[in-house]
Design a protein. Structure first.
Length: 217
């Protein structure tokens, strides 16, 4: 299994590769990672977490939305799918399916720009909020989606009751801007998926490999 990072290529055997790649492929799955500048907090309270989820709805809902001034927001429903996410204190993870080339980049630009503007205004700060550009790893095999989604959902220590991830929507009807079906169809049921998440020993080996790759980014 190969994950191709925007600036690095990691081979999921034992040792990561140091090859440099730029990868932007249509009809592909991506593990996306964004972190606060200097590892600073990008979510300070529940209102901040809720606002980023609001941006998912703004850009990925079925129907386009408009600003208070009547200006249409960019609309990516039908060209980008969000399969899973987890929002942590100083970073977040997304699992995305890009149907058309460059659509993921446009979505991420919209989200990061809008959230930075909101955060700086609300918390009376200025300057960049995120560390350089986001990182994106292409998932070459659909069967590996289950492992990436597990890594994303197990980021929080108390992952079962964590409120700022998509896991809750894997056990109940998801909002229209989230499409977990591509992951869940790899399992017999949502309960089967939860059992998969609880398989700690198998997950730990993958977690160590993913952490090793993130150190290089």
């Amino acid at each position: 299994m190969i994950l191709k990072f925007a600036y690095h290529c990691l081979y999921y055997s034992h040792m990561p590769s140091r090859n440099i790649l730029k990868d932007n492929v249509p009809e592909s799955y991506y593990h996306v990672y964004a972190r606060g500048v200097s590892k600073r907090q990008i979510f300070l309270d529940s209102r901040d977490y809720a606002y980023l989820e609001k941006l998912f709805a703004r850009y990925l809902s079925v129907n386009p939305t408009q600003s208070k001034e009547g200006l249409a927001y960019p609309h990516y429903h039908g060209v980008v799918d969000l399969l899973a996410y987890c929002l942590m204190g100083n970073h977040f993870h997304l699992l995305i399916y890009q149907k058309e080339q460059d659509m993921m980049s446009k979505l991420m630009r919209s989200i990061l720009t809008s959230y930075s503007r909101y955060f700086n205004l609300r918390h009376k700060r200025s300057g960049p909020l995120f560390e350089s550009r986001y990182k994106a790893a292409r998932v070459d095999q659909k069967s590996y989606l289950q492992h990436i989604s597990r890594y994303i959902h197990l980021n929080p220590r108390y992952w079962k009751r964590y409120q700022h991830s998509s896991l809750k929507f894997y056990r109940q009807a998801p909002p229209e801007w989230l499409t977990p079906a591509s992951v869940l169809e790899l399992f017999t049921s949502s309960e089967d998926y939860m059992t998969f998440l609880e398989d700690y020993e198998e997950h730990k080996a993958m977690l160590d490999e993913v952490k090793q790759s993130l150190v290089q980014l």
